[in-house]
Design a protein around this ligand. Structure first.
Ligand SMILES: [Zn+2]
Ligand SMILES: [Zn+2]
Length: 465
């Protein structure tokens, strides 16, 4: 039996997770994520496959974040015909995330083609279309946590809870039989303890090889519980000034976590019951998926549901779908909280809320998520004096509060602890899904603990056995 692992994406960088596990002539792809970056790199990297998609026997998908699932439609567009295994909540979330991603691809290429037409350049095709996304959804097969299934005749697989986002599952692969079994664990992405609504990550007892993420390989987070009190303080200060609280948030997971905290704060009378709006059709749809997958929640959330607590604030919060309702908020001068997308303030309805509130010192912008370089969100975090929104210059006079305690990723301590808790330690650990400094920090930490850690290169193949 020959077992090989090829790192096809998401190594020495955060996005684009794609890894190929080959056992003799059987090939399983672990994740098929989109690389996210500048447009030219984006098209080039995401459309080049190291393997022939038509020859893959299966895909095992860890979770619905676009940097893990977003290239599935492109895989199908290029000949992949088999099944994509994932948990049931991941399957439900992918329906929304992949269609939304396809819509963005189509809109982006329309914009590019407008410019190309003007310059007499050839018109381009989107990376994939809504039809391709629909085609990929037909391939999804839901499997339960902790229940072994056969991805191919000789590759067994079990999903363990990753505690990262709803539905996230880290697969443990088993190839071969008896004494010759090789166990390969995949912890990309790995969540953290005490994330609202989610169960804590499962520990894995043993593996011969481990592939682990390193997004925060060299950084430690604040305690997650701090997020709630910091949020309350920012809201109370703003209410005191008669202002509005604007929260840019990712539609998946972060919006639901913020809503969960807000509903707890109101129930506990820690903040006044001012109007709260979730202004994003995608976030509304995702919240519905959460409510249909409460069996994936942690015990605390399940207990609250038993007491019929409105944990996602369906009766407390106004979920806004139409553009008209969204625009009406501009004319409402009462103190209120608006949660909107996109999370990094690059597009979407958050832009008109920011334009409308950013120049008033009574208002507060609360940052609860990661802001990449060169985004409006990052400029707000860095408290630029002035920023551009829709091409116009605005003075940043609103208060900016950055809450670092919200993070769905294990930090440097959690990552090392995850490995040290294993009863039988892996003989080799592959460190992926991180900028190089973070991957190096984690690899160094693991080595200090007597473990063998390695940072693979893109398209590098290793032999396991
Ligand atoms: Zn993720
Ligand atoms: Zn990721």
């Amino acid at each position: 039996m020959s077992v090989h692992l090829t790192f096809c994406g998401g190594v020495r960088t955060v996005t684009g997770s794609t890894h190929l596990l080959s056992v003799d002539s059987e090939h399983v792809l672990i994740d098929s994520g989109l690389f996210q970056g500048h447009r030219e790199d984006y098209y080039k990297i995401n459309s080049q496959f190291y393997f022939n998609p038509a020859q893959l026997d299966a895909v095992v998908l860890s979770h619905s974040h676009i940097d893990h699932s977003g290239n599935l439609p492109n895989l199908v567009r290029n000949g992949f015909r088999n099944k994509v295994y994932c948990t049931s909540a991941t399957k439900d979330l992918c329906k929304l995330m992949l269609l939304d991603s396809a819509k963005i691809q189509e809109e982006d290429i329309k914009f590019v083609n407008k410019i190309n037409a003007r310059k007499g350049l050839p018109l381009r095709q989107p990376l994939y279309s809504i039809e391709d996304a629909k085609g990929s959804l037909k391939k999804l097969r839901a499997v339960a946590y902790h229940k072994k299934f056969k991805a191919t005749p000789h590759i067994g697989c079990t999903f363990y809870d990753a505690g990262h986002i709803l539905g996230s599952g880290n697969p443990l692969f088993e190839v071969g039989a008896g004494r010759n079994t090789i166990k390969i664990a995949y912890a990309v992405d790995l969540g953290r303890k005490d994330i609202p609504l989610l169960r804590d990550p499962d520990n894995i007892n043993e593996a011969d090889y481990l592939i682990i993420e390193s997004t925060y390989g060299g950084r430690a987070h604040h305690q997650i519980g701090q997020a709630e009190s910091e949020l309350a303080e920012a809201i109370n200060r703003t209410i005191g000034r008669g202002g509005k609280v604007i929260i840019p948030a990712f539609a998946l997971e972060r919006t639901q976590e913020v809503v969960y905290y807000l509903s707890r704060l109101i129930r506990g009378k820690k903040i006044k019951p001012i109007p709260i709006y979730v202004d994003s059709p995608l976030a509304c749809d995702i919240t519905d998926v959460f409510l249909n997958n409460t069996d994936s929640f942690d015990l605390q959330a399940k207990e609250m549901l038993k007491e019929e607590a409105d944990i996602l604030g369906v009766n407390l919060i106004h979920y806004i779908r139409t553009a008209d309702e969204s625009k009406k908020l501009n004319f409402d001068k009462r103190p209120m909280i608006i949660i909107s997308t996109s999370g990094m303030c690059e597009s979407g309805r958050i832009l008109h809320h920011l334009r409308n509130t950013i120049e008033d010192a009574r208002n507060t912008i609360v940052v609860v998520g990661y802001m990449a370089k060169n985004t409006l969100g990052k400029r707000i975090v860095e408290r630029f004096k002035a920023v551009r929104i829709f091409g116009e210059r605005f003075m940043l006079k609103a208060e900016v509060v950055v809450i670092n305690a919200f993070s769905a990723h294990a930090d440097k301590n959690d990552l090392v602890e995850y490995v040290l808790k294993m009863k039988r330690k892996p003989k080799k650990i592959f460190v992926v899904h991180g900028d190089m400094d973070q991957s190096e920090a984690l690899a160094g930490n693991l080595r200090d603990n007597g473990l063998k850690a390695y940072i693979p290169r893109k398209f590098e193949t290793v032999t396991l056995g």
